[in-house]
Ligand binder design. Structure first.
Ligand code: PLP
Ligand code: MN
Length: 372
């Protein structure tokens, strides 16, 4: 194989300084990443709950392995192709926190235990139970299945009262094992008002408790009662109901979660490194990072460590900055904090891991583009 070329295949090589990294690229502050991983794990341990980190955020097998080495019980992901990428990379306990529908996808899912991975997924429909069971029987494998309840977000999931009926269908289905409940309240995570956020999660906890009690009364204990994200995990961890947290964004953080959670929470470890490439007007700089390298669904990026310049507009390959004091020069590098980490990571092939200003290692975005 020919060597990977900086500037074409890869943004940097180990030993380079941050100033030598090709831009725009994703950089990871490894000290901050390790601190975030340790902090969430110790909070889960202190609450007596498992942490099953969400791999949809970083899509990186190597970062998932760092989280497992720190104590996570396994990973979550959202798609079969993502689960395949993680299983092929050696991850061994993978929950798809989503519905897997259709013959091709259920068939691919049912093959994954043959790689040695424990595979779990969610259902909210008896017809999906039948699909998964048929696929597992075709391959002689076992799929563990959680009943997903709608605990307030109004997206997927059955009402708590319907959980026992669906659990019975799973128990009766060859090739499937009933593993518990999926109860994730997604619409609460980025709720900026902490009182409103807490209220939404209290409603979710009550719905989950009701489903657990109904299942227990029906003779169906739940090994896993899972949910929670970076915005809400403290409440689920302390609920006495949930036993698995599914947080993802805490490892990298983004500008939107900083607005929601404030300064005390987790450190920013993910940045889009960008360079000023044009500065014709004194108060207006143009950088090389636009919307092809950064998701804007949760707002424009923040410029890390600088209050004198502001990222004000993005187009495909350009970012425009207000530079009222003419502080920037062509060639100046800036670290941008993206508004939303998950879809930003999916736009890149590599993370450049940096410690003390020097590139320590490149980390592939293993499941980049795996959206089937
Ligand atoms: N669990 C599920 C089912 C999710 O869909 C998500 C993210 O959307 C998470 C957990 C993780 O959330 P966060 O990245 O906010 O920690
Ligand atoms: Mn997200």
């Amino acid at each position: 194989m020919t060597a990977l070329e900086v500037g074409y295949d890869i943004p940097a090589t180990p030993g380079m300084t941050e100033a030598e990294v090709q831009t725009p690229s994703l950089i990871l502050d490894l000290d901050a990443l390790e601190a975030n991983i340790a902090s969430m794990q110790s909070q889960a341990d202190a609450a007596g709950v498992r942490l099953r980190v969400h791999g949809k955020m970083h899509k990186s097998a190597e970062i998932a392995q760092m989280q497992i080495a720190a104590g996570a019980c396994g990973i979550c992901c959202q798609k079969v192709s993502e689960a395949e990428a993680f299983a092929r990379a050696g991850l061994r306990d993978i929950l798809i926190t989503n519905q897997v529908r259709g013959a091709v996808k259920t068939d691919r899912l049912a093959r994954l235990p043959l790689l040695g991975a424990r595979i779990l997924t969610c259902v909210d429909d008896p017809a999906n139970v039948a699909e998964l069971s048929a696929a597992a029987q075709r391959h002689g494998t076992e799929i563990e299945v959680l009943v997903e309840i709608d605990c307030g977000a109004g997206r997927c999931g059955v009402a708590p009262d319907q959980a026992p009926g669906l659990a019975q269908a799973i128990v009766a289905a060859p090739g499937l094992r009933f593993a518990g409940l999926q109860a994730y309240q997604g619409s609460a995570q980025h709720q900026a008002d902490p009182v409103a956020r807490r209220g939404l999660i209290e409603t979710a906890i009550a719905a989950t408790r009701r489903a657990v009690d109904l299942l227990a009364a029906d003779g169906q204990p739940c090994a896993i009662i899972g949910g929670a994200g970076t915005g809400s995990y403290r409440f689920e961890a302390a609920s006495g109901v949930y036993n698995e947290l599914q947080c993802g964004s805490y490892a990298f953080m983004d500008a939107d979660y900083r607005r929601v959670l404030g300064e005390g929470a987790f450190r920013h470890s993910l940045f889009v490194l960008t360079t000023v490439m044009s500065h014709v007007k004194p108060d207006h700089a143009v950088v090389d990072a636009g919307l092809k390298v950064m998701s804007l669904d949760s707002g424009l990026p923040q410029v890390a460590g600088r209050s004198d310049v502001t990222y004000v507009a993005a187009s495909d390959e350009h970012g425009e900055l207000a530079d009222p004091t003419s502080a920037l020069r062509v060639g100046t590098q800036l670290r941008l904090i993206p508004g939303h980490c998950d879809p930003t990571c999916n736009l890149h092939e590599w993370y450049v891991g940096i410690r003390n200003g020097v590139v320590e290692r490149l980390i592939p975005v293993t499941a980049r583009g795996k959206s089937f």
